[in-house]
Write a protein that binds this ligand. Structure first.
Ligand SMILES: NC(=O)c1ccc[n+]([C@@H]2O[C@H](COP(=O)([O-])OP(=O)(O)OC[C@H]3O[C@@H](n4cnc5c(N)ncnc54)[C@H](OP(=O)(O)O)[C@@H]3O)[C@@H](O)[C@H]2O)c1
Length: 316
């Protein structure tokens, strides 16, 4: 490892964050995770040297205090859906929060920032991708030594992709999906984390934007069918034509947690595939889906069976 760094990860309590901070802490870096609600993530404190702080990321003073003495900050905050409509929530989570992170880095004297973004940021008409693009522009215009990583959809233990479809497929005999032909190049969370670690450890990555995608391009329909196959389930995957997909998204807008939303539908109009191989540029060979997902889903099946036994036992 290069010299130990003090690294603050904003939004480090989520799927990618948990993998990243474990990797950083185990490599000897001194990691601080800021969270709006640390009580739900106390297990992170088991990682060597990790500090978990309650911080409102929209409070400039609190953010600057959390960044004090740090060498680098990683901003992982991102949302796929906002509470209301019209883009205000996306703007707050992506643009305003990035503005605050950059300002707090300046106040605290932090020189390096790794900004999480997404493939196709700034393109299309979804609030999600537009505000991602605006946040990238703020980072590029800053005086920091910045790096931007732009993954396609990310898979691995705890993901919201294969695991999410697995949950739905276990429940439903048929799964209607909007934009079934939308293309993705799923990238392994371990590779995304490794890319971020190299960004943090290698000064020559400064000013770089790294598109992170896997070797296999899959449509949404193929991802769902792959999941069903590896769960050993025979399911009917119904690709909705766009007018029906739009209706499904409008209904989803009104459901708690927005399982699908009109903004998701708009972002699915763009394929989440890249053209400049950031993993290769960082010397990382992409991990194949087949090397991770079948085992991960089999583990989930085992867990689901255990849960069933527990429920039966409780009823008796
Ligand atoms: N997963 C993917 O496939 C994928 C693909 C491309 C890009 N990305 C991006 O990668 C980043 C991490 O993704 P992830 O899957 O790990 O997401 P995640 O599990 O939802 O974690 C994101 C973290 O950000 C914080 N957060 C969420 N909403 C927030 C808000 N409104 N204001 C402030 N903080 C908020 C949360 O931390 P606290 O609740 O502890 O504060 C949460 O733990 C996101 O920016 C995401 O958009 C993910």
């Amino acid at each position: 490892m290069s010299t130990a760094q003090r690294i603050v990860v904003v939004g480090g309590s989520g799927f990618i964050g948990r993998h990243l901070v474990a990797r950083l802490a185990n490599a000897g870096h001194l990691v601080t995770v800021t969270s709006r609600n640390p009580s739900g993530h106390g297990d992170l404190r088991l990682l060597p040297g990790l500090r978990l702080l309650q911080v409102d990321p929209h409070d400039p003073a609190a953010l600057a205090a959390a960044f004090a003495g740090a060498d680098a900050v990683v901003n992982l905050v991102g949302i796929l859906n906002e509470r209301g409509f019209g883009g205000k929530g996306f703007r707050r989570a992506h643009v305003e929060l990035t503005e605050r992170v950059i300002a707090a880095c300046a106040t605290a004297g932090v020189a390096d920032l790794v900004q999480m973004s997404a493939l196709r940021a700034g393109e299309g008409d979804s609030h999600y991708l537009r505000t991602r693009g605006e946040a990238e522009a703020l980072v590029r215009a800053s005086a920091l030594r910045w790096r931007i990583v732009r993954p396609s959809v990310v898979f691995g233990p705890g993901d919201g992709l294969f695991n999410r479809f697995a949950g739905l497929l276990r429940l439903l005999p048929a799964l209607p999906i909007a934009r079934p032909g939308a293309r993705f190049a799923p990238v392994y969370v371990g590779d995304v984390v490794e890319a971020m670690v190299r960004c943090l450890e290698r000064p020559d990555t400064a000013g770089g934007t790294f598109e992170l995608y896997g070797a296999r391009i899959m449509t949404l329909r193929e991802i769902v069918a792959y999941t069903a196959r590896h769960l050993g389930l025979r399911r009917w995957v119904i690709g909705l034509p766009d007018p029906l997909g739009r209706v499904q998204a409008l209904v989803g807008d009104l459901l708690p947690g927005k399982p699908i939303s009109s903004d998701n539908f708009r972002s699915l109009k763009l394929d989440s595939v890249g053209s400049r191989d950031g993993l290769a540029a960082l010397g990382i060979a992409p991990t194949p889906i087949d090397a991770v997902v079948p085992q991960m889903l089999a583990g989930g099946r085992h867990q689901a069976r255990l849960d069933q036994y527990r429920q039966h036992a409780r009823r008796r």
